[in-house]
Design a binder for this molecule. Structure first.
Ligand SMILES: *Cc1c(COP(=O)(O)O)cnc(C)c1O
Length: 388
């Protein structure tokens, strides 16, 4: 099968590698699908900026009317600069700094997703200074396993995130004294790259229990934010370019007990942008070892850290000399770290210096996590509509 990227080789040959390439038509189709499926149930979507905060990408997402999910003060500012409406911005994070809290308060965002009693006290104090009430959703730890990599699981009691069930009574009592906090909802986020939808069913059942607990105390909350984490198919980026948002939302529609007038919020990052991005790289050298052949690329963990950081899989596709007979390679980067490896024992067409390689599904947590380790320069991004 010829991939869409192969049709771009002529343009790619003129660009200095490595670089990120974004298929904006795919992003647009993904956003249309997301909008269609979420509108069915009146669900509200906040795009998680941390997955990819490139201006071009944000502008397109904003045009579909989605809100923003931010995890830093700079993300809040960037969302506002891009045109996301303040009352569609939520701000999460286990360690919000004083300056970040004040930025968000000043801009009157929709909600702070709060993670501890101390954070509530600090926000209360700053809100009092500004003579305002801070809208807050409590980030609760549902103790639900997401069946994903341990570094991207967030909803277990052993994780640093969220407020645990046994702290709730104390927090609700304390909130009565925090006059500048307005409790508007509950927030959850159980992890990332979740492909087993039954984890979301468990989350819904847990949320129903929490909600009942609050109702017993005569607290009805207007907002439920169920977070993000929907996983994508890293193995078949062409066949499954757009995730099944319909099946995902249906789980929440079927299992979440929604109160009259209550709004349900989602924070999706990866599932929106991952598949529209590819990291394009050139083969620098082929080194034939005893047990394996090393394909040394000009891209490394400085451009894409996911494989080194949490053993993430990305499909590696050869764009040139694709007719050659296949050979076994360890595909590695040039950085002075043994973990700088994109894939081991892969069968790819025999490769030569100068061949072009695409590392697929790198639109999320790719470019945003790049670093200049080894004093490497930040690589450029190109968008499909620029390369016609
Ligand atoms: C990272 C994050 C998200 C987005 O996660 P994805 O796996 O990219 O969908 C949503 N909410 C919070 C609080 C996050 O930290």
């Amino acid at each position: 099968m010829t991939s869409f990227l192969e049709s771009k080789i002529q343009q790619f040959r003129h660009i200095t590698t490595p670089f990120y390439y974004y298929d904006m038509a795919l992003l647009s189709n993904t956003l249309q699908r997301l909008k269609y499926e979420s509108d069915k149930y009146n669900f509200t979507i906040h795009y998680a900026l941390k997955a990819n905060a490139n201006s071009e990408i944000l502008q397109l997402i904003q045009r579909y009317g989605f809100g923003a999910d931010c995890v830093s003060g700079n993300e809040v500012s960037k969302a506002l600069d891009t045109g996301f409406e303040a009352d569609k911005i939520v701000f999460a994070g286990v360690g919000k700094s004083d300056a970040e809290i004040n930025t968000a308060l000043k801009n009157k965002i929709h909600a702070f997703n709060c993670e501890s009693i101390q954070e509530l006290e600090v926000i209360n104090e700053f809100a009092a200074n500004m003579l305002m009430k801070a809208p807050v959703a409590l980030r609760l730890n549902p103790n639900v396993s997401a069946n994903t990599h341990k570094y991207i699981t967030t909803g277990l009691e052993e994780n640093k995130f969220g407020i645990n069930q046994w702290e709730l009574e104390t927090i609700v009592e304390r909130l009565k004294q925090l006059k500048n906090i307005e409790l508007i909802g509950l927030h959850f986020h159980i992890g990332s790259q979740i492909t087993d939808l039954s984890a979301y069913k468990s989350l819904c059942l847990k949320i129903n229990e929490f909600q009942a607990w609050f109702l017993q105390r005569h607290i009805a909350l207007p907002h439920l934010n169920v977070g993000g984490g929907l996983g994508i198919d890293y193995h078949q980026p062409d066949q499954n370019a757009i995730v099944d948002f319909g099946a995902y939302f249906k789980v929440f529609h079927d299992f979440l007990e929604v109160l009259p007038g209550q709004t349900i919020h989602f924070e999706l990052g990866r599932s929106v942008v991952a598949n529209c991005g590819s990291l394009i790289s050139k083969v620098l050298y082929i080194k034939n070892g005893i047990n394996t052949n090393f394909m040394i690329l000009d891209a490394g963990m400085t451009e894409l850290i996911r494989p080194a950081l949490y053993q993430a899989y990305h499909k590696i596709e050869k764009l040139t000399n694709t007719e050659e007979k296949s050979k076994r390679y360890d595909v590695v980067g040039p950085i002075c770290e043994s973990s700088d490896c994109f894939g081991k024992a892969l069968y790819l067409p025999t490769s030569y210096r100068g061949d072009l390689i695409a590392i697929r599904s790198t639109g999320a947590y790719g470019e945003v996590m790049s670093s200049n380790y080894n004093l490497r320069e930040k690589v450029k991004a190109y968008y499909s509509h620029e390369l016609l």
